[in-house]
Structures are given as C-alpha cells and as structure tokens.
Write a protein that binds this ligand. Structure first.
Ligand code: ADP
Ligand code: MG
Length: 408
C-alpha cells in the first residue's frame, strides 16, 4: 500500500462526497471556553480545502480523557463555536458520535459544510483493547459517510494511539494523510536524518522518565543537549549535589549518569544549568533566590527550598548555544512558566529560538502552549508541532500505529 495524500483525494474529486476527517482538536478549556486555539487553527486548512472542493466534511476528534462516557465538561461544543468564529465555512455540530443526532446531521449536511461529531472518547469502544469493539465503532463511523466515503487522518497528535478513529477506520474507508500529518512527518524526518549542524536539542519539562527514550535516541544525533526544567535535579543529584525539595526521580539516578557517559562517547555536549532559581514554596508569590548549582541548599530556606526555574546565567548560556545552531529542537519548559516569577528561563529560550536563523522546532503540548501564552509570534519558529506525545514517540524511534494504518 502506498501513502495517499490529501492532494490525491482532491484529484479524485470530492464534490458531494462525505469525507470523515480525524482532527486533533484537543485544546485547553477554562470555564467552558477555549484558552488556546492553536490546534483548531492548525486543523482548519484541511477542513476548508475539502469543503471548498465540495465535500461534506465530517470531523471526529477527542477532547480530554472522559473515560468512555459522556462528560459535559469535555463536550466539543465550545470547539465547534470557536471553529465557526475562525472560519467562514458553516460548522454544524452533532450531540453524539454515531447515534441519532450524528446520523441525522450527516444526512442533512450540505456540500461545502463541516459537521463536528461529539467527542470520540465518550464512546468506550474508541480506546478499547478489544479490536472487535473498535472495528464496530469504526464501521459505524464509516457508515456516516455513505457509499462514496473517504477518511483523512489529519490528527498528528493522535497517531501514536491505536484507537478506532485513528487506526481501525483506515481499514473501513479509503484512507489519506492530511497536510498536518504530512508536514509533521517531514519536519521530524529532518530532525532525525541528516540535520544541519550544529544541531542543538533542548529538553525540559517536569519528568525525566517521560523523556528518557528521547534523550537516548537524540544523544547520538545532536551536537549539544541542553537540559532544563524539573528534570535537571535528577541530573544534579546524580552528580552529588544537594537539591533541596526540588523535583527528583530517585530511581533514575543511574540512568542519567549513564547518559552523561553516553554523551561523551557520542561527542555530544550535555549541558546542565549552572544556576537555578530556588523558591521557598511552589507558589507564584514564593520568595526567590538565584543560587549556583553546587550551593542550592545554602539559601535562606536551606534544604527546604525547591528549584522552579533555570537561573539567568544558564538561560543566557542556552540562548547563546541556540544562536550558534543550524538546527534546534526544543521540548519541555525550562521552569514553571505558568507562574510569571518562574517563566524567565522558558521565555529566554523561546526568545532565542524565535530569533535564531536555525531551523527551529518546538515539540510538546506544554512547550507549544508556553510559546503562545508567553506572547511569542508563532511565525518566528520553523515549526511548532501540534502533536506532543506523537512527536516524542517518533523521536524515540517508535512505530506510530496511526501512520502505519495509512500505509506509510
Ligand atoms: P511538554 O508538554 O512540552 O512535553 P512537559 O509536560 O514535560 O512538557 O512539562 C511541562 C511542565 O513542566 C510544566 O507544567 C512546568 O510547570 C513543569 N516544570 C518545568 N520546570 C519545573 C520545575 N523545576 N519543577 C516542577 N515543574 C516544572
Ligand atoms: Mg506536557
């Protein structure tokens, strides 16, 4: 089977045909409103291209983790509203996924219109381990599109999941890859095969255990690996430094020590911060003190302090390294950027990336959100991945079931 692109579907012609698109519309919500519409904006082009070509566009997507039953707070209703505001295409909404509301709305849908089905994860069969259950749901989804239906997977953020609307549906309908999936794959390929050098990878975020496989896979490929965020402290503790009450994964001390040896073997410069912003508590108004990594427990709160951001010297050092690079991949905030007091490191790295001449890629849900909530212009970055977990799994060297299902 060869990979079929959206282009080839448009060439076949979609006028009057129903096309089911799996989109990634998993956006953050607060008080029933969308707080970051990045994924909606990223998803619209494919839907609009199909609508403009005369297709009846059905959209399946998930939101949050409702655990297989309808939960009002995870309804896609606010997403449908936002889509309608952002697009000139008519966006309709079904109150269920494959039930009476969806069937009626699908039948009534006009050419050039979009119908957003309700959260796929309200149905337990979506994520079922039982292939038969998933296939039944996939069959019901395919039935909504009628005899000439087609399936487009544009949800890069979900391709690492063996779910009904991602994998099983591709066996029910002629399947095509959306532009978003195609462009994400192209970017990730560029990061893993012959990146332009110097190649710098910046990793942060909260848990080192989430990133072990990425570190392992990218260490041999990168020239420089900069470490920030909460995972720093596992590295510092492994080197024998006191870290106070900072985040640490004690069962990973040996693993990170091994990474330091592995880096040396592969001629990769593994750089840890030299200074840290230590706080009296995990709170936006906590007392702060910048301390050198070999003296983190010597501040006014002693061993009770915790590190919530990389220090200004380290941030500057990281920025310089980014400026000197031709390729940069960044995943994971440098500190607790959600609190203004601890956002400096993340802001400095994002700023350096946005100004760098390098091909720059931001991966990871929180990192992409940080770029936007800190007010950076997305066009300053080479690519902001919409698929956090999926891009990380790709960079870990894993096979992605949703991509495999498309015959890629
Ligand atoms: P991404 O989604 O981009 O992959 P992660 O999910 O790994 O990123 O990590 C994001 C989280 O890490 C953020 O919510 C941030 O507050 C947290 N974080 C960063 N630095 C620290 C730190 N020093 N201590 C605790 N949490 C941290
Ligand atoms: Mg995250």
């Amino acid at each position: 089977m060869t990979a079929k692109t959206l282009e080839s579907l448009l060439d076949e012609g979609v006028q009057g045909r129903s096309v089911l698109v799996r989109s990634d519309l998993n956006v953050p919500l607060a008080d029933g409103a969308v707080t970051d519409d990045g994924r909606i904006r990223a998803s619209l082009p494919v839907l609009e291209r199909l609508a403009a070509a005369g297709a009846k566009v059905l959209v399946a997507a998930h939101l949050g983790r409702p655990k297989g039953e309808p939960v009002p707070e995870f309804s896609l209703a606010p997403v449908a509203d936002r889509m309608g505001e952002l697009s000139s295409v008519t966006v309709r909404r079904a109150e269920d996924l494959t039930g009476p509301s969806a069937r009626e709305a699908a039948d009534a849908l006009g050419s050039g219109e979009v119908l957003l089905l309700e959260n796929v994860r309200f149905d337990p069969r979506e994520t079922s381990k039982d292939e038969g259950e998933r296939q039944t749901l996939a069959g019901e989804l395919a039935a909504l599109t009628g005899p000439e239906g087609a399936f487009v997977n544009d949800a890069f953020g979900a391709v690492h999941r063996a779910h009904a609307s991602v994998v099983d549906i591709a066996a029910e309908l002629p399947a095509y890859q959306g532009d978003l999936v195609a462009s994400e794959l192209k970017v990730l390929e560029r990061l893993t095969t012959s990146p332009e050098r110097p190649y710098t990878v910046i990793l942060g975020g909260s848990k080192v255990s989430d990133k072990l496989a990425v570190i392992e896979n990218l260490l041999p490929k990168a020239d420089t690996l900069l470490i920030g965020g909460g995972m720093v402290f596992t590295f510092l503790k492994a080197q024998g430094f006191g870290i106070g009450k900072s985040l640490v994964e004690n069962d990973k001390l040996d693993t990170v020590s091994r990474f330091m040896d592995l880096a040396a073997e592969h001629d990769c410069r593994l750089v840890l911060p030299t200074d840290i912003v230590m706080a009296s508590a995990f709170a936006p108004d906590a007392e702060r003190e910048v301390l050198s990594v070999d003296a983190l427990e010597t501040g006014s709160h002693g061993a009770d302090a915790l590190g919530l951001d990389i220090g200004p010297k380290s941030a500057e050092l990281f920025a310089q390294s980014i400026a000197a690079s031709k390729t940069v991949f960044w995943n994971g905030p440098m500190g607790v950027f959600e609190m203004e007091a601890f956002s400096h490191g993340t802001r400095t790295v994002a700023d350096a990336l946005s100004k760098a001449e390098a091909f720059s890629v931001v991966g990871g849900g929180d990192s992409a959100a940080a770029v936007r909530t800190l007010g950076f212009d997305e066009s300053g970055f080479g690519h902001i991945s919409t698929g956090g977990g999926a891009s990380l799994e790709y960079l870990e060297g894993k096979t992605l079931p949703g991509i495999q299902a498309l015959g890629l």
